[in-house]
Design a protein around this ligand. Structure first.
Ligand SMILES: C[S@@+](CC[C@H](N)C(=O)[O-])C[C@H]1O[C@@H](n2cnc3c(N)ncnc32)[C@H](O)[C@@H]1O
Length: 395
């Protein structure tokens, strides 16, 4: 049945039912049978009401169809055919250029898969009448024009979509490369910052403040600017005494001349262990521990010895009570304590030791005998004083 539909140059929906196909075929009036197979002829005969057995030859089937056409219908068809030829001659018909010319106009064999056969204009006029044929042709031309334009638009849209796809892929690649670069930079920056922080931590001996700035060149000015407490809180992690060589020499002379008992000494306000290291240089077997509220970690890092984080004020309040030292050293520090608090400290130190060595670049502090200490010796080396005190027996 589809073959007949295609042979007649008609188009139907692919899902059309058999009944609808039969109605469609019954409306075909064409009497040009070339290109139609015997099966197609049988279908046509049956739907046009011819009495056939199905064993007829092709010619017999065509004769049946011709006989079935009425006289007036034949006249009308011939008239339309004549009219079709005239119209075709007047306006021309490009359809004829498509299939090779044949005796019968444009009847190409149609297979089950081929599309509708292109009909010549005269054929259309013959089948559908003058107006119907012309209208069909105009409609078909319009359809093909619209289809052609739609195809062009579709191709253009496809090209644009491909272009967008390509650009998106490019953009995505660039974006990924960018993000990887940012990640790398972040990673390296983190490693760098971590390295710097680690260096500072090591440099500061692990001081909690981890202050990255170096101490100012003049300690005197820094004291005036910050005050001793703030100065050591800020720069204590990196403290170094610029007079350390003088301290070393003085300690050497003290040990050789006054011979204090260094079996278990206390380095008070120990800084970075200047006195402790100097004592150990001369008396390697001596044992010392430090006390300093700000530089205790630095002292331990530099000397490898313990250091209590205690201030003069803590000691005056009895923080060392119960401990016992053979000697107390205090170098370059006692002037930092308020004078009013000095007696309290002296008494507290008298409870833990019999000997006290003070190193100072000033005349201060003056330790009075009524505070429990007698001055036994003193020496001056490069404007730094060393004083040796013995605890008074009267207590
Ligand atoms: C000039 S440094 C002397 C350090 C070391 N003894 C030397 O000879 O180089 C003064 C030290 O006193 C400490 N210090 C400051 N205020 C203190 C206080 N109130 N009590 C105890 N120590 C203090 C500081 O931490 C610092 O280590």
């Amino acid at each position: 049945m589809m073959e007949v539909i295609h042979w007649a140059g008609r188009q139907v929906h692919p899902d059309i039912t058999h009944e609808q196909l039969a109605i469609e075929i019954a409306q075909i009036r064409s009497m040009r049978f070339s290109g139609l197979s015997e099966k197609g002829l049988v279908v046509l005969c049956l739907l046009r009401g011819c009495r056939i057995t199905g064993r007829e030859s092709r010619e017999e089937l065509i004769n049946h169809l011709k006989r079935q056409e009425g006289f007036f219908a034949k006249i009308r068809r011939k008239t339309r055919r004549w009219l079709g030829k005239r119209v075709e001659k007047m306006i021309g018909d490009p359809t004829q250029a498509t299939p090779p010319p044949s005796q019968e106009p444009v009847n190409q064999p149609t297979g089950p898969v081929s599309g509708p056969r292109p009909q010549a204009l005269r054929e259309e006029v013959e089948d559908s009448g003058f107006f119907g044929g012309i209208a069909n042709r105009v409609k078909r031309q319009a359809d093909s024009y619209v289809n052609q334009k739609l195809d062009e638009i579709e191709a253009r849209i496809d090209r644009k979509l491909d272009e967008i796809d390509r650009r998106l892929a490019e953009w995505r690649d660039k974006e990924i490369a960018n993000r990887i670069r940012i990640l790398k930079i972040t990673l390296w920056a983190s490693v760098f910052v971590a390295g710097v922080v680690f260096d500072l931590f090591v440099y500061s001996g692990g001081n909690e403040t981890m202050e990255p700035t170096r101490p100012p060149a003049s300690v005197h000015h820094a004291y005036l600017t910050y005050g001793p407490r703030q100065y050591y809180q800020k720069y204590g992690f990196s403290y170094r005494n610029p007079h350390e060589p003088i301290i070393r020499e003085l300690i050497r002379q003290i040990l050789l001349t006054w011979d204090p008992d260094c079996s278990f000494g206390l380095d008070l306000a120990a800084g970075s262990g200047e006195v402790t290291l100097a004592v150990r240089d001369v008396r390697p077997k001596s044992l010392l521990e430090g006390v300093d509220p700000y530089t205790h970690l630095l002292y331990t890092t530099r000397t490898g010895l313990p250091c209590l984080p205690l201030s003069f004020e803590d000691i005056a309040a009895g923080a060392l009570r119960g401990r016992c030292y053979s000697v107390v050293f205090c170098s370059f520090a006692l002037h930092l304590l308020e004078e009013s608090r000095l007696p309290g400290l002296c008494w507290a130190l008298g409870e833990v030791s019999d000997q006290w060595v003070i190193l100072t670049p000033h005349k201060r502090p003056v330790i009075r005998p009524q505070w429990g200490w007698d001055l036994k010796h003193q020496m001056l080396f490069q404007r730094v004083r060393a004083r040796f005190y013995q605890r008074t027996t009267k207590r």
